[in-house]
Ligand binder design. Structure first.
Ligand code: URA
Length: 210
C-alpha cells in the first residue's frame, strides 16, 4: 500500500519542476517538461501494483517471469489540464484504458459541477489513476474520485505535479483510501485558489491560452 502522500524528491523531477515554475519558460518547453516529468511520476504512482508471474521461455531456459496482474490500468484525466500529464503517462503505459472527467467551478457556490464524464468499463477490476497537475482546493479532485467510486472503482490513486496543504487535507478527509503522489507540496492557496508559489494556471501554460 502506498503512503497517503508521496512527494517525489528525485533530482530530475525537482530540476524540471523548477524550470516549469519559471514564468519565462515558453509553452513549448513547459509542454516538453510536463511530458518528461509525467514519465517519472508515473513510475512512482505505479509502485506496488499487484504482480503475478507468467511462464516464458528465454533463449536459455523457461522461467516464471514477473508481470503486472489483473486488468489494464485506468487513467482518468480531469479536463483540461489533466491531459498534459496523461500524454506522458500513456507513453509508459500504452495499453492503459483512459477516461475523462470535466468539471467547472460554479461561480456562486464555488462547488464543482460536472459537464462531462466518460469512464472505462469494469472499473471495479482495475487500478484507477486520476491525473490533474494541480491539487489546489481539492474540490474537483474529490468530486472526480467520488464519480469513480460511484462507477465502481475500488482502488484509486491520485497523481499531480503540485499540491497545496489545503488540497491534501481536503482529499484526506473525503478519500483517506486514495494515495496522492506529487512532485511538491507548496506553501498555500491565494484568494483565487491558486497554489503559491506554484506555476500559475497549468492549463494556460501548457496550451498557451490566457
Ligand atoms: N489550477 C491551476 O492551474 N493552478 C493553480 O495554481 C491552481 C489551480
Amino acid at each position: 500500500m502506498l503512503d497517503h502522500l508521496t512527494v517525489v524528491s528525485h533530482p530530475l523531477v525537482q530540476h524540471k519542476l523548477s524550470i516549469m515554475r519559471d514564468k519565462e519558460t515558453s509553452t513549448a518547453s513547459f509542454r516538453r517538461l510536463l511530458r518528461e516529468i509525467s514519465l517519472l511520476l508515473a513510475y512512482e504512482v505505479t509502485r506496488e501494483l499487484p504482480m503475478t508471474t507468467e511462464r516464458i521461455e528465454t533463449p536459455l531456459c523457461a522461467m516464471d517471469a514477473p508481470t503486472i496482474d489483473g486488468k489494464k490500468l485506468a487513467l482518468i484525466s480531469i479536463l483540461r489540464a489533466g491531459n498534459g500529464l496523461l500524454d506522458g503517462i500513456l507513453e509508459l503505459i500504452p495499453a492503459a484504458r483512459v477516461g475523462f472527467v470535466g468539471l467547472y467551478r460554479d461561480p456562486e457556490t464555488l462547488q464543482p459541477v460536472q459537464y462531462y464524464c466518460k469512464l472505462p468499463d469494469r472499473l471495479e477490476e482495475r487500478v484507477s489513476i486520476v491525473v490533474d497537475p494541480m491539487l489546489a482546493t481539492g474540490n474537483s479532485s474529490a468530486a472526480a474520485v467520488e464519480l469513480l467510486k460511484k462507477a465502481g472503482a475500488r482502488e484509486i490513486r491520485f497523481l499531480c505535479l503540485l499540491a497545496s496543504p489545503e488540497g491534501i487535507a481536503r482529499m484526506k478527509a473525503a478519500h483517506p483510501d486514495v494515495p496522492i503522489v506529487t512532485a511538491a507540496v507548496d506553501s498555500h492557496l491565494d484568494d483565487h485558489g491558486y497554489i503559491v508559489p506554484g506555476l500559475g494556471d497549468a492549463g494556460d501554460r501548457m496550451f498557451g491560452t490566457r
